[in-house]
Design a protein around this ligand. Sequence first.
Ligand SMILES: *Cc1c(COP(=O)(O)O)cnc(C)c1O
Length: 428
Amino acid sequence: MTNTRKTGTICVQAGWQPKTGEPRVLPIYQSTTFKYDTTAQMADLFDLKSEGYFYTRLQNPTNDAVAAKITELEGGVAGMLTSSGQAASFYSVFNICEAGDHFVSSKNIYGGTYNLFLITMKKLGIECTMVDNEASEEEIAKAFRPNTKCVFAETIANPSCNVLDIEKFARIAHSHGVPLIIDNTFATPINCRPFEFGADIVIHSTTKYMDGHALTVGGAVVDSGNFNWDDYADKFPGLTKPDPSYHGLAYSKAFGKKAYITKATAQLMRDLGSIQSPENAFLLNIGLETLHLRVPKHCENAQKVAEYLASNDKIAWINYSGLPSNKYYGLAQKQFNGGRSCGVMSFGIKGGREESIKFMDNLKFIAMVTHVADARSCVLHPASHTHRQLSDEQLLAAGVQPDLIRLSVGIEDVSDILEDIEQALKTI
Ligand SMILES: *Cc1c(COP(=O)(O)O)cnc(C)c1O
C-alpha cells in the first residue's frame, strides 16, 4: 500500500488484495474459526508470537480488509472494526484508562457518548470532565489532573454541528502528555483527516456516512502511530509494562507503532468481544466504495438547503459551517477539504420547541428517523429523541437547544428536498 494514492482510489481499491486466482471481490469469511496443522502453530498465535487468524472474536480476514481501507483513508498505521460506534468510543478510551483514571472530553458530543462517558464509565471507576470547545486553552487546561489519560472530541459535533479546532485540542492534549482521540464520524476522511492536525487516534461510527445506506451498525478505531507511549511509560502501564494475560509481553516494545491497536484487539476484543460481523463488514465495504462520491453530493445539497434556510424569516438560527456568516466558516475552510463539512446541519424555528416539532411533523418524504448521515434525507429532534435522557440543563451543557432540529440532507434531487422543507414551513 502507498500513502500517496488519492482518496477515491483508496475507497475503491484499498483493503482486500487478492492473490492470483483469489476472488476479485472481498469475500465474507463466514467462519468462526481457522484451521492449523500443529499445536505449536496455534500456540504461537495465542502468545502473539506470530500473526494469523484463529477465532473471529479476535480477528477475521473480511473485517481486517475493511479496517485496512478505513486506516488508509485516515492515513493511520493500524485499525480495527467494532460492533458499533459506541463500542469504538468505549474501546478507544478504555484501552488506556482504568479504574482510578480520568479523561477530558469536549461537551459537544453525541448523546450516547455523553451517557457512556459520564454515567457508565463512572461505574467502572473512570471519571470524565467535560470542557467547552470554545473555552481558552488556559481554561481547558484546568480540567487536567495528574491521572488524566486522554482527551476526546468530535470533529463536527452531533447534533449541534459545532466544528472543533483540532490543532488547539491536540496542543492542549500533548502539552499534558496525553493523546487526542477524535470522533470523525460526520466529517469522514473525505472531508477531514484529523491526524494531519495533530490527532493521535480516530474513531468512527461507520453506521453513518461510511455505510451510507443505513444498513449496518458498526464502528472503527484507527491509530496514527504518532503517540509515543514510552515517553510517558508510567502514565500508560497497560501499553508499556508487561501484560500478565500475555506472559509478560509489553505492547509498546513488541509492536511499536501498532501497540495501541494490538492491545485493543488482543485484550479488549478477546475479553469484551464487541466484534463486527463479517457480513456487516462486507456491506460496509460496499458503502466505502462510493464514499468519495456520496459525501461531496451530501455537502452540495446541504449547502443549498442551508442557504435557503438562512434566508427564510421563519428560521430563528442555523448552524452550518458552509455558510460564510457561520462562526466556524474560517475553521471549516482551514480544516476541511474544499471547506466542505458534512450533510448535517442544526437549526431552530422561531417560536421555539413547539414550532420546531410542528415543522418536523409536517415534512413529507424527509422522514423522522433515529438516524443521520445516510442517503435519505431525515430529521430528528434531539430533545425528544436521542438526548431524551438528558435534563434541560444537561441539554444546554451538551450544546443542544430544546428547539434544535437536526437535518441530515440526503443525496436525493435537491429541488425536491427544498420543496418539502418549503411546504412544511408554510404550515407554521
Ligand atoms: C451515531 C454516532 C455514534 C454512535 O455510533 P453507533 O454506531 O450508533 O453506536 C458515535 N458518535 C457519533 C458522532 C455518532 O453520530
